[in-house]
Each structure stands twice: as C-alpha cells, then as structure tokens.
Design a protein around this ligand. Structure first.
Ligand SMILES: Nc1nc2c(ncn2[C@@H]2O[C@H](COP(=O)(O)OP(=O)(O)OP(=O)(O)O)[C@@H](O)[C@H]2O)c(=O)[nH]1
Ligand SMILES: [Mg+2]
Length: 489
C-alpha cells in the first residue's frame, strides 16, 4: 500500500487491523486500556517528582532532648550562631534583656538569703541545734539591701518588654532546701511567644548615634537599663561583701554554679553601652516551655545546601510529661503548648541529640530535691533509647558541661560520694567522664529496640569553637547517613 497525500498516517496507525474479529477487538481494547492506565500512573509519578524537586529534598530533622538546664537551648544557640549569624546578631538587644534579668535574679536570691538571716536574728528564742547559724548583718548591709529594692521594678519592666507571655517560673522556689515564700523564681518563656521578635520590634527604630548607642530606644527599656546601671556599684558591694558570702554559704547557695551567672561582670554588663558578646548570649539563661522548631540551611563541602529543622523542647518535669504523650502517640503538635506550624513527629526524626550534663552529679532537680540530677538523666536516657517510636532515629549523646565537671573535680568534690558504683577509681575528669560514657553506651546498646547509629561527644556547649567543631562533625555524619539511606531506597 502506498500513502497518498489524502491519507492520515495517524488514523492509519490507530485503525483496527484488517479482518479483526469481535474477540480480537475486545482483547485489543483491553490491552489499550491497560497501557493507558500505565501511562497515567507514570505521568502522575513524574508530576509528583517535579513537585518534590520544587520543594527540595526532605529536610534533616533533629530533636534536642535532656533534662532542664542540660544545655538544649544553648546547643540551639550554637546552631544559630554558625548557620544564621545575621539573625543571631540582630537578636542581641533581646539577649541583653535576658542577661539583665539573670543579674537581677541573682541579686534577688542574695537579698532573699539576707532576709532569712535577718528573720533568724530577730527570733526571740535561740535557734534549734540543726537550724542554720547566720552571721549578724551589719548596718551597712541593711542599707544596701534597702537601696537595691528598685531591682524589682527593673525585673518587671524587662519582663513586660520581652513578652507578655514571659513569666516567672515556679521552678526556682524549689531550689533552696527550705524556700521562703516569695523566693525569686526563674524566668521562662513559652516557645509559642515570639519574644525575641517582640523585643526587637520594640527596638526597631533604634539607631546609633554619637550621643549614645540607642537614642530612640523605648522609654521603658532605657529606664530599666539606667536603673540597673545606677544600682551597679551597690550590687558589686553586696556581691563582694564577706558577710554576704558567709550568709550564702550557710544558706547553701552557690550562685557561681547556677545558670545565668553574671555577678563577676556586673560593671561590664550594666554599662549603658553594653552589647552582649556571643559568650554572654550562650551563658544567658531563659527556661524553655513548650516545643519550638528552627529552620536552617546547611552546606557541607560541595553538597548543595540542605534544609535542617532543629526542635527544642522544655526539659522541666512538667514539660516532660508531654514528651511521654508524644512518645506514645507520635505527634508533638497535639500537645496543648506546642508552637510548631508543621506537624513534627518523634518517629520522623533523623537524629536526636540528648544532652546529659555530667557536672550535675552532686545536684538535685529543681523540681524535686529528692532526685539526683545525674540519676535523673540516666533514667531519662533509658526511657528515650527504649522508645519504639525513636527506633530508627540516630542517637547523638552530648556528655555536657565538661568544663564545670573538671572544675568541680579539681576543687576536690568527690564523684564517688554521689555515684557510689564509681568506687575507689581516681577522682579526675578522664576517669569520671569515661566511666559515665560507658554507662550511657551500655544502656543505649541494651535498651535500643534495634541497632542504630550511636555517637558520643564530650561537650561544653558554652564554648563556641569546640561546639562548632562538634556540630560540624554531626552535620557531616548526618549528610553521609542521609546519602546512604537514599541510595538504599
Ligand atoms: N559552663 C557551662 N554552662 C552551660 C553548658 N551548657 C549549658 N550551660 C548553661 O546552663 C544553662 C542552662 O542551659 P539551657 O540551654 O538553657 O538548658 P535547657 O536544656 O534548654 O533547659 P530547659 O529550657 O529548662 O529545658 C545556661 O545558662 C547555659 O549557659 C556547658 O557546657 N558549660
Ligand atoms: Mg531550653
């Protein structure tokens, strides 16, 4: 057959074969229907791939876990410092307010201890044998105490500016052995409250000038800083006073071991031109409530930037109750306090960084003074590694606060008095830290439902450089892990 100009080749190709029987026709139509179905499926798959490519590859998800004050938010700050330095810098004004709140809280703890010493002194009867014996307060100290009363006003003003959602956590009152009603509490902020944004917006119109660092600063903020600056000398006098040191010793309050300690830098941090350094920001303490997610674009070597999401949670006892719900039911977002705008699931995490502060071997929980902090960390670790929901999540263990552990051991604090199983091994950092590493590793091996990636680091996450190195190797390891997983898929 020849094809002439009046013959459509397509119609010819689609035409039924000559001499087709009804049965042949049915078979042919059936085959055509199946071919169409296959073609539609391929089209759908291509469309899905195009959408996924537009959205970019699946982000790497990391969950930060650990008890309160273990260093989760400080680790997050390191992520921000490395990966979003501009945003980190832009938030300095907010962190300055937190540093100031930390100073005020330390001061109020001292004033509270002085109050107790005064109350004991005024008792008509001599105290019982096991009552604390406080030194007599000098008239000079009583005057200082009175002169520092405006600090409460500073605290209220700073809190009010940071966010109406910020509140004084009840947790602090449980710290001293016998807390007085009205003891200064720890400042916390709910992760649902965009506190840094709110404060920065307040400061938005602030511009630098030769007259002062921030001429358009809101009046409340300026007044709070001026008041704190005016109290600076009195605060220093109070902090270095030998009677105060003795009162604190009797009160068993070591402020220098507490989170957010800035009393050795009062003059610097209350200066009117003070800008917090990176180290100050890492040291500043703000208790986390709820869950928050933070997005980063990370670049490793020649690999295209990868999107990472880091989840920070509150580690207090009450906050943890919610983790258990998540470990049982999956979603963090179902929790009443969650602040995430997408739905994060524990079982969808690529890795979990668990922070166990080794230095807390001689401390008890703020929420329950019958519980040793290190023991609490070990139990928490056991529960988390046993969770079936996290069985595919790589475990990254940060044995944290190594700087404080070293200092404590060097000052003669005995590890074996608190960790009895440590026995008569040497009381030095090398041996104590390796002992704890073995303990945590054994639990991970024994209680993990399935074999999984497990990496341990000795950390001091307030140290910017060493933490940057560690987070760099965590990043490389997760990039490799993801590549291996995608090849396997
Ligand atoms: N010296 C020292 N201080 C640390 C270290 N890690 C954290 N800190 C300090 O410990 C305090 C508590 O750290 P955070 O990161 O706020 O603790 P968190 O785990 O987020 O606590 P919650 O929000 O209550 O769950 C902060 O003042 C930190 O500066 C460390 O390795 N060394
Ligand atoms: Mg936190």
């Amino acid at each position: 057959m020849t094809i002439g100009p009046d013959i459509d080749p397509l119609a010819l190709a689609l035409a039924p074969p000559p001499g087709e029987t009804p049965q042949d026709r049915e078979t042919r139509l059936q085959q055509e229907r199946e071919a169409k179905k296959r073609s539609d499926l391929i089209d759908q798959e291509l469309a899905r791939q195009r959408t996924t490519e537009k959205k970019g590859p699946k982000p790497v998800k990391i969950l930060l876990l650990g008890q309160s004050e273990s260093g989760k938010s400080t680790t997050l700050k390191n992520f921000q410092l490395i990966n979003s330095p501009k945003a980190f810098k832009a938030e300095r004004a907010s962190w300055r307010a937190v540093v100031h709140l930390n100073v005020v809280r330390s001061m109020r703890l001292i004033l509270n201890a002085l109050q107790e010493a005064e109350a004991y002194a005024s008792l008509p009867e001599p105290p019982n044998a096991d009552d604390p014996v406080y030194p007599a307060l000098t008239p000079d100290l009583l005057t200082l105490k009175m002169r520092l009363s405006p600090l409460q006003q500073v605290e209220e003003a700073l809190l009010g500016m940071l966010t109406p959602g910020a509140k004084l956590s009840k947790a602090y009152t449980a710290l001293p052995d016998d807390p007085l009603p009205g003891a200064p509490q720890e400042v916390s902020v709910h992760s649902a409250t965009p506190w840094k944004g709110a404060f920065n917006r307040l400061m938005n119109n602030v511009r630098s000038s030769v007259d002062g660092p921030e001429v358009n600063e809101p009046q409340d903020s300026r007044e709070a800083r001026q008041l704190l600056h005016a109290c600076s000398e009195d605060m220093i006098r109070l902090w270095v006073d030998p009677t105060v040191k003795e009162v604190l010793r009797v009160h068993r309050l070591r402020l220098e071991d507490m989170a957010g300690f800035f009393l050795d830098s009062i003059e610097r941090v209350t200066d009117l031109s003070y800008e917090p350094s990176d180290d100050d920001i890492l040291k500043a303490r703000l208790k986390t409530l709820g869950v928050s997610e933070h997005h980063f674009n990370l670049k490793a070597g020649n690999i295209v930037p990868q999107s990472w999401i880091v989840y920070d949670v509150g580690g207090g006892r009450q906050q943890r109750a919610a983790w258990w719900v998540s470990l049982s039911f999956g979603s963090l977002l179902d929790l009443p306090f969650a602040a995430c705008d997408s739905v994060p699931y524990f079982d969808d995490m690529d890795a979990m960084i668990f922070l166990a502060p080794l230095s807390c071997f001689d401390q008890v929980l703020a929420e329950d003074e019958t519980v040793n902090r290190l023991e609490d960390s070990i139990l928490l670790w056991k529960t988390i590694v046993s969770s079936p929901l996290l069985k595919n999540t790589s475990l990254i263990l940060f044995l944290n606060k190594c700087d404080i552990l070293k200092a404590k051991l060097e000052s003669g604090q005995k590890f074996c008095e608190y960790v009895v199983s440590y026995g008569d091994r040497p009381n030095d950092f090398e041996n104590c830290s390796q002992y704890m590493k073995k303990k945590f590793t054994m639990i991970a091996k024994q209680f993990s439902p399935e074999p999984r990636g497990f990496y341990t680091y000795f950390t001091s996450v307030t140290d910017v450089q060493s933490t940057a190195d560690i987070l760099g190797s965590v990043r490389d390891m997760l990039v490799r892990q993801n590549l291996t997983r995608s090849r396997l898929v």
